[in-house]
Design a protein around this ligand. Structure first.
Ligand SMILES: [Zn+2]
Length: 511
């Protein structure tokens, strides 16, 4: 067991899944799926049973019924209990076992079986956060990452897309199609996926030898092939900044995800009407950035979800800054700042929200996206562009295929900047709220000086640099306590003061 795979485990777990092989049968007559899952499992400690996540059949007959469970052809005792599958199998520490689980049922969630806007039947995996268990027996936690294969049998008219590379596709007797996709990189279950529909497929480019594909409904072929092709511009921008793309292909897929976009590894799903979305470039930049942040580096536990969402948010902002200039970043940060202050009024909590009680979907909030994004922006300003990007590259090199938490990111950023970032990370990520600043000025007529008073009105003072533009000249003030005063000589009794002119501080200002 390598040090990194030990890191990639939820504490106390007795097993580490190494590989999933999911063979899944889909049909047009009903919504019953038939699955055969083969799990390669390594025992981390001596155990005589272990538990997987799988939603059991409920009183309405929905959910998954396990019909057989075997190790090397030998039946293994098991028990299904609500959303757990308890397997009575013995293992010694370090031993690797393979279990074959046959199951079937109608998924209540996780695999969305429905019709698209053109009334055609579609199947789309949608696992975030812990919905994979509704159709896949698995360890449904981002800390247990594993490689995955999908072997999907469908009526012949469908096309199938999934994580990784397509290694086989053939027609079977009975008007069926078999499609086999394989991903060798380790993924969390939240981004394992299949998409099955009557797709039109295009290959708009292969930037840096990574093939980019577009999968859209045939009715949206013209508009979708055109709008999704912007991915070929976004992908190389991120590669040049962060490091190699973590997967062997990137498919952008029109889908029925409940999200605007869902960053499934190497097969990103977008909402159905995204093909016509004016904001598609920003949306794609967010989801493509997730391939590095969220998919390749996954949070160790859900309370560190900001490491996925704020990176995707800020990286998209940086792509737009790089492509359209600094004003586009400024205006997005200004919009985000308003959202953050409005959100605080509904829910006051730190970004790393250890008291969060669920439901999971509520974790996808303004703190995890915009506030965390703002913190990354302030980190970049604090340590400078060079150290920031070096830190981003090192963080990816160190945790690609594994898991990280907030302190892991801090340690990387401290190393590249030579700065103690504990106070910075603590005040912005572990406490709630934001600095509320009152800025006032007092003129001394005799001395011809103006004293600029900056008062922190919130309970706990923050430490930060405040930029002021005074009569067109930029000053930086190091703010620490409740009041800081900057005295300048000034011919005018009331100089013009612009606070935070470059949009670099997450604070509210009263002048
Ligand atoms: Zn996201």
């Amino acid at each position: 067991m390598s040090a990194l795979s030990a890191l990639g485990q939820a504490p106390g777990s007795s097993i580490d899944v190494q590989h999933y092989r999911f063979a899944i049968d889909l049909n047009d007559a009903d919504n019953v799926i038939k699955g055969q899952a083969t799990l390669t499992v390594k025992f981390l400690k001596r155990a005589d049973k272990f538990t997987l996540d799988l939603a059991k059949q409920n009183s309405e007959g929905k959910g998954m019924l396990v019909t057989a469970l075997k190790e090397h052809g030998k039946a293994v005792m098991f028990l299904q209990d609500s959303d757990k599958l308890i397997i009575n199998a013995k293992g010694a520490p370090g031993s690797v076992h393979s279990y074959r689980i046959n199951y079937q049922g109608t998924p209540t969630d996780g695999l969305i079986i429905s019709t698209n806007q053109y009334k055609h039947r579609t199947f789309f995996g949608d696992n975030w956060a812990t919905r994979a268990r509704n159709w896949l027996p698995c360890v449904d936690h981002p800390a247990d990452k594993a490689s995955v294969e999908f072997l999907v049998t469908t009526p012949a008219h469908y096309k199938v897309v999934a994580n990784g590379l397509k290694v086989a596709e053939k027609l079977l007797p009975g008007n069926k199609r078999f499609t086999h996709w394989r991903e060798t990189a380790k993924l969390p279950t939240k981004v394992m996926v299949i998409g099955v529909a009557d797709f039109a497929v295009a290959n708009p480019g292969n930037p840096g030898d990574t093939p980019v594909y577009t999968y859209v409904f045939p009715e949206d072929k013209e508009v979708g092939f055109n709008s999704y092709a912007v991915a070929t511009k976004i992908l190389p921008w991120f590669v040049s900044k962060i490091g190699p793309f973590p997967y062997k292909k990137l498919a952008n897929v029109q889908s029925k995800t409940i999200f605007g976009g869902m960053e499934n590894a190497g097969a990103i799903f977008y909402y159905e009407k995204s093909v016509n979305d004016k904001g598609i470039e920003a949306l794609m930049a967010h989801e493509i950035a997730h391939q590095w942040f969220g998919d390749a580096i996954s949070e160790k536990t859900w309370q560190h979800v900001w490491l996925s969402e704020s990176f995707a948010t800020y990286m998209a902002n940086l792509y737009l800054e790089g492509t359209y200039g600094p004003d586009s970043l400024k205006s997005r940060l200004e919009d985000d700042r308003k959202l953050i202050f409005a959100f605080e009024k509904q829910y006051l909590a730190p970004v790393v929200d250890s008291a969060f009680k669920g439901p999971m979907i509520n974790m996808l909030n303004t703190n995890a996206y915009q506030k965390g994004g703002w913190v990354l922006h302030m980190l970049r300003r604090k340590i400078g562009d060079e150290a920031f990007w070096k830190g981003v590259c090192n963080y990816y090199k160190l945790y690609n295929g594994s898991n990280a938490n907030t302190d892991d990111l801090r340690a990387v950023m401290e190393k590249v900047s030579g700065t103690n970032l504990k106070p910075f990370f603590y005040q912005w990520l572990r406490t709630s709220g934001h600095p509320q600043l009152k800025i006032s000025q007092v003129y001394n007529d005799a001395a011809k000086t103006v004293a600029i008073h900056v008062n922190q009105l919130q309970a706990l003072p923050y430490q930060f640099t405040l930029e002021l533009l005074v009569d067109g000249k930029l000053y930086q003030m190091n703010i620490k306590g409740a009041e800081t005063i900057l005295t300048l000589s000034s011919a005018s009794a009331k100089p013009d003061i612009k606070v935070d002119p470059n949009v670099n501080l997450l604070a509210s200002f009263v002048q």
